[in-house]
Design a protein around this ligand. Structure first.
Ligand SMILES: [Ca+2]
Ligand SMILES: [Ca+2]
Ligand SMILES: [Ca+2]
Length: 301
């Protein structure tokens, strides 16, 4: 923040090393936010980030009380590389491939086949593969058979390989499990929203075991708490629409807790990422109706 009585200098140190320095401009306005951006700064795990700032005066007084600035500041924000505004991100995705589908919300509802994703990222460890009557992935191990004949649109996607079939098999964080969203196998769908507001997210999935029934949902490259740990417990061995969040209190999930807030109308990206491998994903929808009734079949077109 600028101060009229002096121009303080700020230093940013990472791991004890000076990576940026900034001196406030002269000003006639006190406490005006004056952001400074430093690019291409790497912060290694466990590094200490330190901000230093000094007092400064621009007074010519030689006696009496000398006015001075205190080096006031408000915030330090870390932005990951590649982070973009929501609109830029969605536009980049669309312009990179002319065949990309853009979905549209009307009347507070949008429904999308999972296999119609625009792209997927973070695929080194686990990846989504399409299964249809004509196409079965050749990735092994895969602990269950094809369920394409009962899938909406005749196709679904599945995260492979599957190295954790049941609770006794080894859980490897960041490999066959990720309680953290946005780490593994991220799917991206561009959606144009006409109606801002709170949308409840429902997903149609097929669970055949105890370690294939969780996923995360996010918005515009962010992963809010209300999109984490969608969970399925009921109706094993069938396609099942669900909108439940796994919590400490209820491992099978609580209703009304899975939602995304669309604050501005226009283009956004809806994104899903892996929680458990061999998750089978047929279709998803977002509805403004909190009391949306679970579809028995494929759900809205
Ligand atoms: Ca399978
Ligand atoms: Ca699994
Ligand atoms: Ca489908």
């Amino acid at each position: 923040m600028t101060e009229t009585d002096g121009e303080s200098t700020y230093k940013l140190l990472v791991g004890g090393k000076l990576v940026g320095q900034f001196t406030n401009p002269k000003t006639s306005i006190d406490y005006k936010p004056t952001p400074k951006t430093w690019k291409n700064i790497s912060v290694s795990k466990g590094a200490t980030v330190r901000v230093e700032f000094n007092t400064a005066t621009n007074s010519n007084k030689t006696s009496g009380r000398i006015p001075y600035a205190r080096g006031r500041w408000i915030a330090l924000t870390l932005v990951p590389p590649g982070a973009k505004k929501a609109k830029d991100r969605a536009r980049d995705i669309i312009s990179s491939d002319s065949t990309t589908r853009i979905f549209e919300e009307t009347g507070g509802l949008v429904a999308v086949e999972a296999e119609h994703f625009a792209l997927q990222t973070e695929t080194e460890t686990r990846k989504w593969y399409i299964t249809s009557a004509a196409q079965t992935p050749e990735i092994t191990p895969d602990g269950d058979e094809s369920h394409a004949d009962s899938a909406s649109g005749g196709a679904y996607i599945e995260i492979l390989p599957d190295t954790r079939r049941n609770h006794s098999m080894k859980l490897i964080h960041g490999e066959n499990f990720s309680n953290q969203p946005g780490k593994l196998a991220i799917l991206v769908y561009p959606v144009h929203f006409n109606t801002p507001g709170r949308y409840y997210v429902w997903v149609r999935a097929y669970s055949t075991g105890s370690e294939d029934n969780g996923i995360h949902v996010g918005l515009d490259g962010t992963w809010p708490d209300s999109g984490q740990r969608l969970q399925w417990c009921e109706a094993k061995n069938s396609w099942r629409w669900e909108s439940m969040q796994r919590t400490e209190a209820e491992h099978c999930g609580e209703p009304y807790k899975i939602y995304l807030d669309i604050e501005q109308p226009g283009l956004h990206t809806i994104e899903f990422s892996m929680r458990e491998d061999v998750f089978e994903f047929d279709k998803w929808l977002m509805t403004k109706d909190r009391d949306f009734i679970r579809p028995e079949g494929a759900g809205p077109s």
